[in-house]
Design a protein around this ligand. Sequence first.
Ligand code: PMP
Length: 362
Amino acid sequence: MTAPQPRPGIMTMAPYVGGKDTVEGRATVMKLSSNEGALGPSPKAMEAYAKAAAELHRYPDGGCEKLRAAIGRHYGLDPARIVCGAGSDELLNLLVRAYCGPGDELLYSAHGFMMYPLNAKGVGAIPVTAPEKDLRTDVDAMLAKVTTKTRVVCLANPNNPTGSYITREDVRRLHAGLPRQVLLVLDAAYAEYVSRNDYDAGVELVNAAENVVMCRTFSKIYAMGGLRLGWMYGPAAVIDVMNRLRQPFNVNAAAQAAGIAALDDVAHVDATRTNNDIWLPWLTAELTRLGLQPRPSVGNFVLVGFGSQARAEAANAHMMNDGVIPRMMHGYGLGDHLRITIGTEDEVKAVRDSLARFVAQP
Ligand code: PMP
């Protein structure tokens, strides 16, 4: 008798491993491995979360009515065209389950977010990568990889882990080159950190097309990754598909309450963005001065090149020993890089000091 076997493709997936949050032998650390908001969640969100505890015996609102209304108000969107999820991870996964099947292709940029290939493999679909130019999504290379089997194209914009973004014109060009039956997923997890005139998170394109969705999250600038809350804006037909496929109570009550309060605390989000606007360029300049290769980033993290995998691993060990935790990039084929979240002033200065000691070593 053979043991039960999973569907083909699943055993080719490596389990996702999140950023480390401890260093053996150290009581306190600076966790800069998961791109979490530097200032933590809004105090108003924490208050709403605590208040929700009194109602834990109640099922949540399965349709996230109030939360969708709040998102709609905040971003100027039609709440009927929003669906919420347990993190944008859930929504990205549901989209692939809905639109990709065995043998279909999911296309993404070579150093795109690593959940895209995992989602594809989970349904027996084939992840296809397009080469990048200087660690940037290359629209022409993406379009060259489209085949009759392509069903979904995922674009993180800004991209994690490279920190690069492509302009609204390039996103439009990508969309214009895709067959209409291909779904373009714009993953804008870091959109709130970008303040560039030539950038659009995806709203314009979703409004103009039948085959584009935009995914957003409360895990990054809102710093509520622990609650698992994300949302998607898309054409009514895609929202309908998602509502059929999702679990009935996929977003818990505390997350819904905290999400509404977080949206309301505009000052907290502004402070988080300002922190990033100050310390991202500062850290980038400092690391360049140390002879390292930080990539230009518009997110709340910086990808740093060390020249070789051995040196990146040594730098990782050195930082960990100092209680500063970066993220190794082997999973992205970028083993010679580390990704470091932009934290508070104390945290970015600890990164700089640790790496200054590292490069000064004989
Ligand atoms: N997309 C990108 C580009 C990300 O970096 C992340 C978080 N690592 C996610 C989606 C998922 O975020 P969450 O599920 O916490 O909303």
